[in-house]
Design a binder for this molecule. Structure first.
Ligand code: MTE
Ligand code: MO
Length: 344
């Protein structure tokens, strides 16, 4: 494998045609294309050669590229999920040298409809949302259904940091460092049965702590918020359960204490504050697809050539700088995921 510095261009290049900044193509790391078993063997091989903990430490001490102070974390003074584990070691396979979006802009420009449909208000309405303890349930078509606290999963799987592009269907985008663990680890733990073809996720229902909840229900929103993925999408190494962002526990407006991040799909697939995960045989009806199937279909892969019925998806606006950049197929992750959608 080539070293990360060679794989990732250091700076975005300027598109000569328009006044747009084109992000460099993201090179897919070996970990996202190699079966996990091969990966494990390679790790063992490196360890046998003496590249174990020492190499890990050297990477952890490198600068992380963001400051630690801009936005208060939910972990401050509490026993929120994963306290003491932030910042987690950055996975060198997911360290493309892109300029990160401004942390404070990301934390004050949120879609979390249960609190408010106005992005700049969500962060001011989350204080009363209780996230400790956080029972999680994973059940349905699996050999070993599991029920427990999120902290047990974090202790079992550990946490890593990854820099991902994130693209909302509304044509805004950001580049952020998430902390979390691959969803595949959790799914492997419960051992899916062969008829488990889809995974359904559900956000916690807290009408008394979520100021817009009751109004949304009266307006016909089928809450609790829910989403779904095909099992192969859910098992893909890019699919992350995020518990942190910018080196600390997730602020509540970002979906504390645990949310999904599916970087090649529009943002609404990345469901927040998850309490239930169900393995099922048929494609589930999801919240946004139920409300407007032609605008928010189940698959929802980022695609510049398929316009939303009410706007173009050809370009996107970076939330902090306002730069307009071309939308990339699969949000830049095609090399890793396009194969999932090849018709056989
Ligand atoms: N429960 C829940 N999850 C949700 C949403 C929501 O309204 N409720 N909004 C989605 C949408 S449309 C986007 S773009 C992302 C926004 O995540 P962010 O606020 O952390 O940037 O969360 C997604 N997850
Ligand atoms: Mo979104």
């Amino acid at each position: 494998m080539k070293p990360a510095v060679e794989i990732f261009p250091q700076t975005p290049h300027i598109d000569a045609m328009a006044n747009t900044i084109v992000p460099p193509p993201w090179r897919i790391p070996e970990s996202a294309v190699t079966p996990e078993s091969v990966h494990r063997n390679r790790r063992r091989f490196l360890r046998d050669l003496g590249f174990g903990a020492a190499g890990t430490l050297a990477l952890a001490s490198a600068g992380n590229g963001y400051s630690q102070s801009a936005v208060p974390s939910t972990a401050a003074g509490t026993n929120a999920a994963g306290t003491g584990r932030y910042p987690a070691r950055r996975n060198p396979d997911f360290d493309p040298k892109w300029k990160l979006s401004d942390e404070k802009t990301a934390a004050t420009y949120n879609n979390y409809y249960e609190f408010s449909t106005q992005k700049d208000r969500v962060h001011r309405l989350v204080d009363g949302f209780v996230i400790t303890p956080w029972p999680v349930e994973i059940y349905g078509l699996c050999e070993k259904p599991w029920k427990g606290d999120l902290n047990e999963l974090i202790a079992e799987f550990g946490l890593e940091e990854r820099i991902y592009r994130f693209r909302c269907v509304e044509a805004w985008a950001m580049i952020v460092p998430w902390t979390g663990f691959p969803l595949a680890k959790l799914l492997e733990k419960v051992v899916p049965k062969s008829d488990a073809k889809f995974v359904r996720f559900e956000t916690v229902a807290r009408p008394t702590q979520m100021p817009a909840y009751t109004r949304l229900v009266s307006n016909g929103y089928p809450l609790p918020y829910n989403e779904g993925l095909r099992i192969d999408e859910a098992m893909h190494p890019l699919t992350l359960v995020a518990t942190g962002i910018y080196g600390k526990a997730l602020p509540k407006q970002h979906g504390a204490p645990a949310r999904l991040v599916v970087p090649w799909k529009y943002g609404y697939k990345s469901i927040k504050s998850i309490v239930k995960i169900e393995l099922i045989s048929r494609q589930p009806a999801t919240l946004w697809e139920t409300l407007a199937p032609d605008e928010y279909p189940f698959e929802s892969n980022v695609n510049p050539t398929v316009p939303h019925p009410r706007w173009s998806q050809a370009t996107e606006r970076m939330i902090d700088t306002g730069d307009r950049v071309p939308t990339q197929p699969y949000n830049g992750y095609g090399e890793a995921v396009a194969k999932l959608y090849k018709k056989s």
